[in-house]
Ligand binder design. Sequence first.
Ligand code: TXA
Ligand code: MG
Length: 318
Amino acid sequence: MTNIHKIYPPNWSTLYQSVNLLNQGELVAFPTETVYGLGADATNEQAVSKIFAIKNRPHFNPLITHVAEVDQARDLAVFNDQALELARYFWPGPLTLVLNRQKNCSISSLACAGLDTIAIRIPRNPTAQNLLIAFDKPIVAPSANLSGKVSPTTAAHVSQALSNKIDIIIDGGNCEVGIESTIINLTQDIPVLLRPGAITLEQLKSHINILENASKDIRAPGMLSQHYAPDLPLRLNVTEVYDNEALLAFGSPIPCKTNVIKNLSLDGNLEEAAINLFSMLRDLDQSDKVTSIAVMPIPENGLGMAINDRLRRAAARS
Ligand code: TXA
Ligand code: MG
């Protein structure tokens, strides 16, 4: 592998190499419809431990298991009626279900942080699907960034943070959704939203009842209050922009003097804003002309809930 950036097109030769690496316990970065994932053989404890080491991820923060088909998921996790209903409507797609592990579940217990539960999803990105089918085993994959940093939505983003640590990054272009999967815990009587994401609360509520108090649920160990953080501090819901600031706008930009400005969506479209969020945060973060990023208000409905969740965590300073 001579390419210093280690970015490869999503063809069969790349998939073949990727499967070989996964079988050897190595890691492969690949596209999903949400963000790029850093994948390992989910049944190989040592391979899984490499993910935690490379990302500098705390061991109490469990990983999502990705599979190609519902039958595979049912071998690993106990599906109740609600889980079956959601799987039928939203898989393949950006919804992660937290379920009880089957007794003979083959997934590394490190991947599940020693919990009796497992987070599982079937991605719909064609390259992710082809990789899962070719590998023929579950793949655990967190977002392919260093722990606490902004998630990657292009192969170049992955390369910037991880190219000296992994052998292969499969290039699937820009991620279709741009924000992580929605996570819902179905192990209690009433399902609990653990992480707002690409599937909106409104979409879920048309199928099941949901409790929304995610941050209070201790079974969301990965819901660290500071996450997705650029290096520059963020100021949210701004109505004016200071001289030292870049502007991340939504809709018509508020009048300001800065020329370091990105617009999530000029039309105020939340789908477009989700696609742009992480890459625009990265772009603004790289400017040496500003010392802070001001963010205009985003409505809290639809995908806005997930966008605001990411922005609040990005803005939180410990
Ligand atoms: O869209 C996505 O979900 C992407 C792509 C690559 O699939 N993956 C992703 O993974 O966002 P990661 O590791 O960045 O976030 C996984 C989240 C963490 O917040 C973790 O705490 C939660 O899933 N999680 C995993 N297993 C869990 C479990 N058993 N119970 C509760 N939360 C769990
Ligand atoms: Mg992540």
